[in-house]
Ligand binder design. Structure first.
Ligand SMILES: C[S@@+](CC[C@H](N)C(=O)[O-])C[C@H]1O[C@@H](n2cnc3c(N)ncnc32)[C@H](O)[C@@H]1O
Length: 228
Protein backbone atom coordinates (compact mmCIF):
# COMPACT_ATOMS: atom_id res chain seq x y z
CA UNK A 1 0.00 0.00 0.00
CA UNK A 2 1.29 3.47 -0.87
CA UNK A 3 2.44 5.64 2.02
CA UNK A 4 -0.34 8.19 1.48
CA UNK A 5 -3.04 5.46 1.41
CA UNK A 6 -1.70 4.02 4.63
CA UNK A 7 -1.76 7.48 6.22
CA UNK A 8 -5.41 7.97 5.16
CA UNK A 9 -6.28 4.51 6.46
CA UNK A 10 -4.68 5.18 9.84
CA UNK A 11 -6.46 8.54 10.18
CA UNK A 12 -9.80 6.89 9.36
CA UNK A 13 -9.13 4.07 11.78
CA UNK A 14 -8.23 6.53 14.54
CA UNK A 15 -11.25 8.75 13.81
CA UNK A 16 -13.77 5.91 14.20
CA UNK A 17 -11.91 4.45 17.14
CA UNK A 18 -12.14 7.77 19.03
CA UNK A 19 -15.75 8.27 18.02
CA UNK A 20 -16.68 4.80 19.30
CA UNK A 21 -15.02 5.54 22.63
CA UNK A 22 -16.71 8.92 22.89
CA UNK A 23 -20.19 7.62 22.05
CA UNK A 24 -19.81 4.46 24.12
CA UNK A 25 -19.91 1.94 21.30
CA UNK A 26 -18.00 -1.26 21.84
CA UNK A 27 -16.30 -1.28 18.48
CA UNK A 28 -15.46 0.89 15.49
CA UNK A 29 -17.52 -1.63 13.53
CA UNK A 30 -20.68 0.02 14.92
CA UNK A 31 -20.22 2.83 12.41
CA UNK A 32 -20.01 0.41 9.50
CA UNK A 33 -23.44 -0.95 10.37
CA UNK A 34 -24.91 2.53 10.94
CA UNK A 35 -23.63 3.63 7.52
CA UNK A 36 -25.00 0.49 5.85
CA UNK A 37 -28.38 0.95 7.52
CA UNK A 38 -28.49 4.65 6.61
CA UNK A 39 -27.83 3.81 2.99
CA UNK A 40 -29.77 0.57 2.50
CA UNK A 41 -32.47 0.62 5.20
CA UNK A 42 -31.85 -2.69 6.96
CA UNK A 43 -33.75 -2.07 10.21
CA UNK A 44 -37.27 -1.01 11.02
CA UNK A 45 -38.81 -0.22 14.37
CA UNK A 46 -39.85 -3.57 15.87
CA UNK A 47 -37.63 -5.71 13.58
CA UNK A 48 -36.17 -8.98 14.79
CA UNK A 49 -32.45 -9.42 14.13
CA UNK A 50 -29.86 -12.19 14.36
CA UNK A 51 -26.23 -11.03 14.59
CA UNK A 52 -23.51 -13.65 13.89
CA UNK A 53 -20.00 -12.95 15.13
CA UNK A 54 -21.39 -10.35 17.49
CA UNK A 55 -18.63 -9.90 20.10
CA UNK A 56 -17.77 -7.44 21.60
CA UNK A 57 -21.23 -6.11 20.75
CA UNK A 58 -20.89 -2.95 18.64
CA UNK A 59 -23.38 -4.16 16.02
CA UNK A 60 -25.72 -5.42 18.72
CA UNK A 61 -25.81 -1.92 20.25
CA UNK A 62 -26.68 -0.37 16.88
CA UNK A 63 -29.28 -3.02 16.05
CA UNK A 64 -30.91 -2.58 19.44
CA UNK A 65 -31.05 1.22 19.08
CA UNK A 66 -32.53 0.99 15.62
CA UNK A 67 -35.19 -1.69 16.20
CA UNK A 68 -36.23 -0.20 19.53
CA UNK A 69 -37.87 -1.86 22.50
CA UNK A 70 -40.45 -3.72 20.43
CA UNK A 71 -37.71 -5.38 18.41
CA UNK A 72 -35.77 -8.54 19.14
CA UNK A 73 -31.99 -8.88 18.87
CA UNK A 74 -30.03 -12.10 19.37
CA UNK A 75 -26.23 -12.25 19.01
CA UNK A 76 -24.01 -15.33 18.59
CA UNK A 77 -20.27 -15.48 19.06
CA UNK A 78 -17.49 -17.87 20.02
CA UNK A 79 -16.64 -15.37 22.74
CA UNK A 80 -18.89 -14.21 25.56
CA UNK A 81 -20.50 -10.80 25.13
CA UNK A 82 -20.95 -8.43 28.06
CA UNK A 83 -24.70 -7.97 28.65
CA UNK A 84 -26.55 -5.31 26.65
CA UNK A 85 -30.03 -4.36 27.80
CA UNK A 86 -32.71 -5.88 25.59
CA UNK A 87 -30.28 -8.16 23.74
CA UNK A 88 -29.93 -11.93 24.07
CA UNK A 89 -26.64 -13.64 23.39
CA UNK A 90 -25.46 -17.19 22.74
CA UNK A 91 -21.87 -18.29 23.17
CA UNK A 92 -21.10 -20.85 20.48
CA UNK A 93 -19.74 -21.67 17.08
CA UNK A 94 -22.35 -21.12 14.38
CA UNK A 95 -20.77 -23.89 12.28
CA UNK A 96 -21.77 -26.28 15.06
CA UNK A 97 -25.24 -27.84 14.71
CA UNK A 98 -25.81 -27.48 18.47
CA UNK A 99 -25.35 -23.69 18.28
CA UNK A 100 -27.63 -23.50 15.27
CA UNK A 101 -30.30 -25.49 17.12
CA UNK A 102 -29.94 -23.23 20.17
CA UNK A 103 -30.30 -20.14 17.99
CA UNK A 104 -33.49 -21.50 16.40
CA UNK A 105 -34.87 -22.46 19.79
CA UNK A 106 -34.00 -19.14 21.43
CA UNK A 107 -35.16 -17.02 18.52
CA UNK A 108 -38.45 -18.82 18.42
CA UNK A 109 -39.67 -17.40 15.11
CA UNK A 110 -38.50 -15.81 11.91
CA UNK A 111 -36.08 -12.88 11.66
CA UNK A 112 -36.37 -9.71 9.59
CA UNK A 113 -32.59 -9.48 9.25
CA UNK A 114 -29.52 -11.70 9.56
CA UNK A 115 -26.21 -9.91 10.07
CA UNK A 116 -22.76 -11.44 9.94
CA UNK A 117 -19.55 -9.61 10.75
CA UNK A 118 -17.85 -12.97 11.37
CA UNK A 119 -14.15 -13.08 10.64
CA UNK A 120 -11.82 -16.06 10.84
CA UNK A 121 -8.65 -16.01 12.88
CA UNK A 122 -6.30 -14.29 10.50
CA UNK A 123 -3.61 -16.67 9.24
CA UNK A 124 -1.88 -13.88 7.33
CA UNK A 125 -2.01 -16.02 4.20
CA UNK A 126 -4.32 -14.26 1.80
CA UNK A 127 -6.00 -17.21 0.08
CA UNK A 128 -6.48 -19.10 3.37
CA UNK A 129 -8.08 -16.10 5.06
CA UNK A 130 -10.29 -15.53 2.04
CA UNK A 131 -11.42 -19.20 1.92
CA UNK A 132 -12.24 -19.20 5.65
CA UNK A 133 -14.16 -15.95 5.35
CA UNK A 134 -16.23 -17.36 2.46
CA UNK A 135 -16.86 -20.51 4.48
CA UNK A 136 -18.23 -18.46 7.39
CA UNK A 137 -20.43 -16.54 4.95
CA UNK A 138 -21.84 -19.81 3.66
CA UNK A 139 -22.88 -20.64 7.21
CA UNK A 140 -24.53 -17.23 7.44
CA UNK A 141 -26.42 -18.14 4.24
CA UNK A 142 -27.45 -21.35 5.94
CA UNK A 143 -28.81 -19.34 8.88
CA UNK A 144 -30.81 -17.22 6.41
CA UNK A 145 -32.36 -20.37 4.91
CA UNK A 146 -33.49 -21.47 8.36
CA UNK A 147 -34.59 -18.28 10.02
CA UNK A 148 -35.11 -15.36 7.64
CA UNK A 149 -38.62 -14.14 6.78
CA UNK A 150 -39.67 -13.81 3.16
CA UNK A 151 -38.55 -10.31 2.04
CA UNK A 152 -36.01 -10.18 4.86
CA UNK A 153 -32.53 -8.64 4.63
CA UNK A 154 -29.02 -9.88 5.21
CA UNK A 155 -25.68 -8.11 5.63
CA UNK A 156 -22.44 -10.06 5.64
CA UNK A 157 -18.76 -9.25 5.66
CA UNK A 158 -16.46 -11.13 3.31
CA UNK A 159 -12.79 -10.90 2.45
CA UNK A 160 -12.85 -10.62 -1.33
CA UNK A 161 -11.06 -13.06 -3.57
CA UNK A 162 -11.65 -15.63 -6.27
CA UNK A 163 -14.26 -17.63 -4.32
CA UNK A 164 -16.48 -14.60 -3.76
CA UNK A 165 -18.30 -15.15 -7.06
CA UNK A 166 -19.73 -18.44 -5.82
CA UNK A 167 -20.92 -16.78 -2.64
CA UNK A 168 -22.58 -14.00 -4.63
CA UNK A 169 -24.30 -16.56 -6.85
CA UNK A 170 -25.71 -18.33 -3.79
CA UNK A 171 -26.96 -14.98 -2.49
CA UNK A 172 -28.48 -14.04 -5.85
CA UNK A 173 -30.43 -17.32 -5.87
CA UNK A 174 -31.99 -16.30 -2.57
CA UNK A 175 -32.39 -12.51 -2.67
CA UNK A 176 -33.92 -10.08 -5.13
CA UNK A 177 -31.18 -7.47 -4.59
CA UNK A 178 -27.53 -8.16 -3.81
CA UNK A 179 -25.04 -5.33 -3.53
CA UNK A 180 -21.34 -5.40 -2.66
CA UNK A 181 -20.29 -2.26 -0.84
CA UNK A 182 -17.69 -0.75 1.43
CA UNK A 183 -18.91 1.77 3.98
CA UNK A 184 -16.53 4.61 4.82
CA UNK A 185 -15.87 3.19 8.29
CA UNK A 186 -14.71 -0.11 6.79
CA UNK A 187 -12.20 1.12 4.26
CA UNK A 188 -9.25 0.08 6.33
CA UNK A 189 -8.46 -3.26 4.74
CA UNK A 190 -8.43 -3.52 0.99
CA UNK A 191 -10.11 -6.93 0.84
CA UNK A 192 -12.96 -6.44 3.34
CA UNK A 193 -16.34 -5.69 1.79
CA UNK A 194 -19.96 -6.02 2.89
CA UNK A 195 -22.67 -7.73 0.89
CA UNK A 196 -26.09 -6.23 1.46
CA UNK A 197 -28.99 -8.42 0.38
CA UNK A 198 -32.68 -7.51 0.38
CA UNK A 199 -35.88 -9.24 -0.63
CA UNK A 200 -35.32 -12.79 0.62
CA UNK A 201 -37.18 -15.16 -1.67
CA UNK A 202 -37.32 -18.14 0.73
CA UNK A 203 -36.69 -20.24 -2.37
CA UNK A 204 -34.05 -22.67 -1.10
CA UNK A 205 -34.86 -25.59 1.17
CA UNK A 206 -32.60 -25.52 4.31
CA UNK A 207 -30.14 -28.41 4.27
CA UNK A 208 -30.71 -31.04 6.97
CA UNK A 209 -29.09 -30.28 10.30
CA UNK A 210 -25.92 -32.28 10.79
CA UNK A 211 -24.50 -33.73 13.94
CA UNK A 212 -21.40 -31.90 15.21
CA UNK A 213 -19.24 -34.98 14.80
CA UNK A 214 -20.40 -35.51 11.25
CA UNK A 215 -18.04 -35.01 8.34
CA UNK A 216 -20.71 -32.92 6.69
CA UNK A 217 -20.12 -30.02 9.06
CA UNK A 218 -19.33 -27.83 6.09
CA UNK A 219 -22.15 -26.31 4.05
CA UNK A 220 -23.20 -28.07 0.90
CA UNK A 221 -22.48 -25.19 -1.48
CA UNK A 222 -19.80 -25.72 -4.05
CA UNK A 223 -17.31 -22.91 -4.26
CA UNK A 224 -15.08 -22.34 -7.25
CA UNK A 225 -11.55 -23.27 -6.29
CA UNK A 226 -12.30 -26.68 -4.83
CA UNK A 227 -13.81 -25.74 -1.50
CA UNK A 228 -16.96 -27.73 -0.84
C1 LIG B 1 -14.94 -8.43 13.66
S1 LIG B 1 -15.55 -9.33 15.03
C2 LIG B 1 -17.21 -8.78 15.14
C3 LIG B 1 -17.37 -7.38 15.70
C4 LIG B 1 -18.81 -7.07 16.00
N1 LIG B 1 -19.60 -6.94 14.77
C5 LIG B 1 -18.95 -5.78 16.77
O1 LIG B 1 -19.43 -4.79 16.22
O2 LIG B 1 -18.59 -5.75 17.94
C6 LIG B 1 -15.71 -10.94 14.38
C7 LIG B 1 -16.27 -11.96 15.36
O3 LIG B 1 -16.60 -13.14 14.64
C8 LIG B 1 -16.56 -14.19 15.60
N2 LIG B 1 -16.60 -15.49 14.94
C9 LIG B 1 -15.70 -16.01 14.07
N3 LIG B 1 -16.05 -17.25 13.71
C10 LIG B 1 -17.22 -17.54 14.34
C11 LIG B 1 -18.08 -18.68 14.38
N4 LIG B 1 -17.78 -19.78 13.68
N5 LIG B 1 -19.19 -18.64 15.14
C12 LIG B 1 -19.48 -17.53 15.87
N6 LIG B 1 -18.69 -16.43 15.88
C13 LIG B 1 -17.58 -16.41 15.13
C14 LIG B 1 -15.25 -13.92 16.34
O4 LIG B 1 -15.21 -14.56 17.60
C15 LIG B 1 -15.27 -12.39 16.44
O5 LIG B 1 -15.73 -11.95 17.70
Amino acid sequence: MALHDRWVQERRHEHYYKLAKKLDYRSRASFKLMQLDDRFGIFREGSSVVDLGASPGGWLQVARERVGERGKVVGVDLRPIRPIEGVETIVGDITDAGTMAELLRRFGGRADAVLSDMAPNIAGHYSTDHARSVELCMFAVDVCDRILKRDGACVMKVFMGDMADSLLRELERRFQHVKVTSPDASRDTSSEVYVVCKGFKASVEPRPMEDKASEAKKPEFTVKGGFV
